[in-house]
Design a protein around this ligand. Structure first.
Ligand code: ATP
Ligand SMILES: Nc1ccn([C@H]2C[C@H](O)[C@@H](COP(=O)(O)O)O2)c(=O)n1
Length: 264
């Protein structure tokens, strides 16, 4: 819950002038909004699996003092809840009927994002192969999308300093009025190699061909569903990350945001 704290903050250091302001800061450490701070900026980052959305969005948000929302984690959390509550995830009617039941909560600190379902930490279980295999089917159900989209808009509206929201349909559907829209891409080979690197670190081995197949299968399901499929918004900036390091992608997005803020 927000509390009021008095802090002395140097707003114009170049003039050695200290200005004392009363700022609202949350006990969880949310950065306060200061007079003269840039206007809140809303950034949508979309793209297929393994293009670097999460890594880039988290780092950019941390650098610029913005909130961060991983919308894929929300779809994974509702999928995990359904799998553990006996809902048949291959039956769209059963999924639709259960869509309102779990309470899904996201923590938006980019240095420690969290996700819970009915208060239970879902951060680990949502990354299991079972959830990954079922999430495209669950997230295709319109009732699930309506519920999660409303939650995402509420979180974005509440972000005082601005937010980086990453997913598949943020620029097209969730936040069509975002200040900046980025669409990340990369070749299937590059994406498989990146995911393969993660799997190797976890299990000591990785089957690159199978990883590539699984990525493409999920892309196909996410791009072909009827309700808000994975798609680039007409006004999104496309960044092909195939030949870029993660640091270069982060720098590119930070520069695009700063340019937007300068002209705003
Ligand atoms: N430009 C890059 N060069 C090399 N590796 C990268 C790059 N961008 C991201 N990675 C690595 O690729 C892996 C996948 O990145 P990340 O999870 O950010 O992708 P994503 O688009 O969010 O995927 P998903 O949609 O499946 O969650 C991570 O291990 C990350 O460190
Ligand atoms: N805005 C979004 C975000 C995610 N999804 C679905 C489709 C993905 O396959 C799945 C998991 O996302 P990831 O954790 O891999 O980013 O969630 C979606 O439909 N819309």
């Amino acid at each position: 819950m927000p509390v009021s704290v008095r802090r002395t903050v140097v707003i114009f250091p170049e003039h050695s002038r200290k200005v004392s302001v009363t700022v609202a800061a949350s006990l969880e450490g949310t950065t306060p909004v200061l007079p003269g701070a840039p206007a809140p900026v809303v950034v949508a980052i979309d793209g297929p699996s393994g293009t670097g959305k999460s890594s880039t969005s988290k780092a950019v948000a941390a650098k610029l003092g913005l909130s961060y929302l991983d919308t894929g984690a929300q779809y994974r959390a509702i999928t995990w809840w359904m799998l553990t509550h006996g809902v048949d995830v291959d039956d769209p009617a059963a999924v639709a009927e259960a869509a309102e039941r779990p309470v899904i909560e996201s923590g938006t600190d980019p240095s420690a994002p969290t996700i819970t379902a009915d208060g239970e930490d879902a951060g680990g279980p949502i990354r299991t192969p079972e959830v990954t295999a079922a999430v495209s089917a669950v997230s295709a159900v319109p009732e699930v999308r309506a519920r999660i989209t409303a939650l995402q808009r509420h979180i974005a509206d509440s972000a005082e300093r601005g937010i980086v929201v990453e997913g598949r349909d943020i620029g097209t559907t969730v936040l069509p009025g975002a200040d900046l829209k980025i669409f990340l891409t990369a070749s299937p080979e590059a994406r498989a190699a990146r995911r393969g690197g993660e799997l190797k670190a976890q299990n000591g081995q990785a089957d690159l061909a199978a990883t590539r197949q699984a990525l493409l299968k999920r892309d196909q399901a996410d791009s072909s569903r009827k309700t808000s499929p994975l798609a680039k918004a007409d006004d999104a900036v496309e960044v092909d990350t195939t030949e870029l390091t993660l640091e270069q992608v982060i720098e590119c997005v930070v520069t695009l945001i700063e340019e937007k803020q300068r002209v705003a």
